[in-house]
Design a protein around this ligand. Structure first.
Ligand code: LCS
Length: 394
């Protein structure tokens, strides 16, 4: 059943599923199967030849996964969605599909550590070069585009510095050169930011984060034009094989139903914690997109609905002080990942972004003093009380 005319909250619950087709089951059934039987050998031949619709084998498609793919495509306002076994499976499937040996990628000057690792590997193995750009003006982007530039790859907000990039500006420049723009929308989710509406071409999610929302799944999603995603499905997804399990797709469908209310609550809590952090004497800088004093606030106003649940901040002190602060927390959890019900805190320089060489890390703003906080769904006063007592001990 298509609910494409419906609002976001309704789409997040209904798109891509019709209970009437599934014996009235309210919850999307879990097709926990690796393969699908054919009535006859000839039917198998027709399915492989693409002459007859129908499922073949779960690496090539699965009914539970299909519902998830339709739902995320509708939420991101794209033509087709594809699900993967991790965010990195999604990132690598897209980047490998878009590039060939000796190509070039222009990236935002800040990326999740493993995306940085993938780009480094692509450079070493296939001579696919990359340049980082602050992307703070059209000229800054144009200056890096070469005949071999195969795509522009952007994170915004950037993990973990919370810098923002103007997606409309990037997509306008890219269109002059006919280069696709790929956006990692993990930090915002489609509820807070919709890159395809701003002219970008491909959206990627680590669905492990807000889309799952409960810290119990590792998964990835991609949305974009049908032609491009058809080719990804038949090449880098099928033949490299980083597919999602039906059960994980089922968990993501369940998570998506509450995405809007969770993101509103994450944002409410983060706004309150932000207000407290900026006034604490042991805190140096606080980075949160909806802060009117944030350098990128005008971009926030243009493209984000709310600030989301991630705050990063620097403390006055050293790496040892940052680690001391984490060790003094009582119920807030020291953990990587983000977007869960539980508040999670981590030290990017030694954890999520430790693979990035120190000099590059410092240029990106990932200093030893930087701490990333994924504000959870607990009572914000309890989150602050725990953080405050730890900060007070510095
Ligand atoms: N993109 C972004 C922006 C991410 O933050 C992550 C994971 C990925 C892609 C990869 O997704 P995964 O394969 O883990 O599903 N970020 C993590 C982080 O900041 N802490 O732990 C994982």
């Amino acid at each position: 059943m298509s609910n494409k005319s419906k609002r976001f909250e309704t789409t997040a619950i209904h798109e891509g599923y019709d209970a009437k087709e599934m014996l009235g089951s309210l919850s999307t059934p879990l097709f926990q199967t690796s393969t699908f039987t054919f009535d006859t050998a000839e039917q198998g031949e027709r399915r492989f030849a693409g002459e007859e619709d129908g499922y073949i084998y779960s690496r090539l498609g699965n009914p539970t996964v299909s519902v998830l793919e339709e739902r995320i495509a509708a939420l991101e306002q794209g033509e087709r969605g594809l699900a993967f076994g991790s965010g990195m499976a999604a990132v690598s499937a897209v980047l490998i599909a878009l590039t060939k040996a000796n190509d070039h990628i222009v990236c935002s000057s800040g990326l999740y550590g493993c995306t940085f690792g993938l780009l480094t590997m692509m450079k070493e193995k296939y001579n696919i070069a990359h340049d980082f750009s602050a992307m703070d003006s059209e000229a800054a982007i144009r200056a890096l585009i070469r005949p071999e530039t195969a795509c522009i790859y952007v994170e915004t907000p950037i993990n973990p510095t919370m810098k923002l990039i103007d997606l409309k500006m990037v997509s306008d420049v890219a269109r002059e050169f006919n280069i696709p723009v790929v956006v990692d929308n993990t930090f915002s989710s489609p509820y807070l930011q919709q890159p395809l509406e701003l002219g970008c071409d491909v959206v990627i999610h680590s669905a492990t984060k807000y889309i799952g929302g409960h810290g119990d799944v590792v998964a990835g999603l991609v949305v974009g034009k049908k032609d491009f995603l058809d080719s990804v499905a038949m090449t880098t997804q099928k033949d490299i094989g980083g597919i999602i399990s039906p059960f994980d797709a089922w968990l993501l469908l369940r998570g998506l139903k509450t995405l809007p209310i969770r993101l509103d609550r994450h944002s409410d809590n983060a706004e309150n914690i932000f207000g407290k952090l900026i006034d604490h004497s042991k805190v140096d800088r606080v980075y949160y997109p909806s802060d009117p004093d944030h350098a990128d606030y005008p971009i926030y106003k243009k493209q984000m609905k709310r600030g989301g649940g991630i705050i990063s901040f620097t403390i006055k002190g050293t790496k040892k002080d940052a680690q001391f602060l984490l060790n003094k927390l009582s119920f807030l959890k020291i953990a990587v990942s983000l977007g869960d019900a539980e508040t999670l805190i981590e030290h990017p320089a030694t954890m999520t972004h430790s693979v990035i060489p120190e000099t590059v890390r410092n240029q990106m703003g990932i200093t030893d003093q930087l701490i990333r906080l994924s504000v959870g769904l607990e009572a914000w006063e309890d989150i602050w009380e725990d953080l405050e007592q730890a900060l007070n001990q510095l």
